[in-house]
Design a protein around this ligand. Sequence first.
Ligand SMILES: *Cc1c(COP(=O)(O)O)cnc(C)c1O
Length: 428
Amino acid sequence: MALAPWIEFDRGHLWHPYSAMGSGLPIFPVVSASGVRIRLADGRELIDGMSSWWSAIHGYNHPVLNRAVNQQLQAMAHVMFGGLTHQPAADLARRLVELTPQPLETVFFADSGSVSVEVALKMAIQYWHARGLPRKKRFLTVRNGYHGDTWHAMSVTDPENGMHTLFRGALPRQHFVPAPRCRFGEPCSPEDIAPMEQALIRVHDELAAVIIEPVVQGAGGMRFYSADYLRQLHALCERHDVLLILDEIATGFGRTGKMFACEHADIAPDILCVGKALTGGYMSLAATLTTQEVSQTISRGMPGLFMHGPTFMANPLACATALASLELLLESPWQGRIRQLEMGLKSGLAPCREMAWVSDVRVLGGIGVVELRDAVDLKTIQRSFVDAGVWVRPFGRLVYLMPPYVISEEDLQDLTGAVVEVVGGHAV
Ligand SMILES: *Cc1c(COP(=O)(O)O)cnc(C)c1O
């Protein structure tokens, strides 16, 4: 069958995430999506296992979110945020301040997760600058992290996954220690935290902050580590006068079973990044929250301003949708749903444990991971998943699921069943 002209054009002219022109990798045209189903141009329907990368937590084409978009559209799609303000931004900021751990009281709206990370890093540097300690301008993090694709976000992303070699000499150099080895649910031993502690002792003088994804390392390996590690890290940052930035762009808004993953450790950061699920997957919006201490210090210091201001800052359509998405989440039995999801993922993916080419199966909240011994062949496995009627997008050695919270038990069984079938047929 001949491809539609727009699909032909896409192949020759359009970049997709981490893609190559003319790679020959399959790409599937979508015409609509509703609930947990993605409908392809050829009429096939796929059960969504990805929530469009952590974001579509309520499923697609949700009447409540659609209404919020339409209502806001009647008032205004956008106005600049310099010198003007609007209620969607203020109401959303209030909600975020209420939802997040106590000391986080000020909100900076950014247009994507990566930008919210840039903003967080800049806040940390401006904070120390304002305190008369301009030497404190580097960052410490753990390996296997992922914080986005923009310049400084990339500099704190895992040096191997993040292609530091390719950009060597161009990227700012940060400090890295090994990723936590203690698993989620286990205590963190003194040996586990030692590299972090030693690094803090050695270089705290030049550190603005430690940045880390709490409990779940996402795109850098889908690793779940001990909340105890995070608790100890929090104490160490305080002791060594280094800010703690938590990147909850993937984990925020319930995915791990808590509203924010840092609640597993009962700690609050100095700076918090949220994004992805913030608008329920409708639009690009992210936020960087911080404390009054950090905000006031920056505002009193030189140059007396926080130096960032995107054109589409606090876009009203995105803010109104995010507000509706948060209300929807809070009014839903989300904790129960995540527990169901966790149980369904655990039992559904369990058969993969028996496969010799699978090295680990792990589940936390609404995240299920099957780790293989070798990297998958994306070209064949992607087709197999689509043929099996599910949308799953593996990377490297990882086949993982993070379905919308609203998925039914039956659809979840079909989804995990497809993973067992496809991974089972992919002996490598
Ligand atoms: C996705 C992600 C980012 C980057 O967000 P974008 O919206 O893609 O720029 C940053 N940090 C984490 C933990 C993420 O999962």
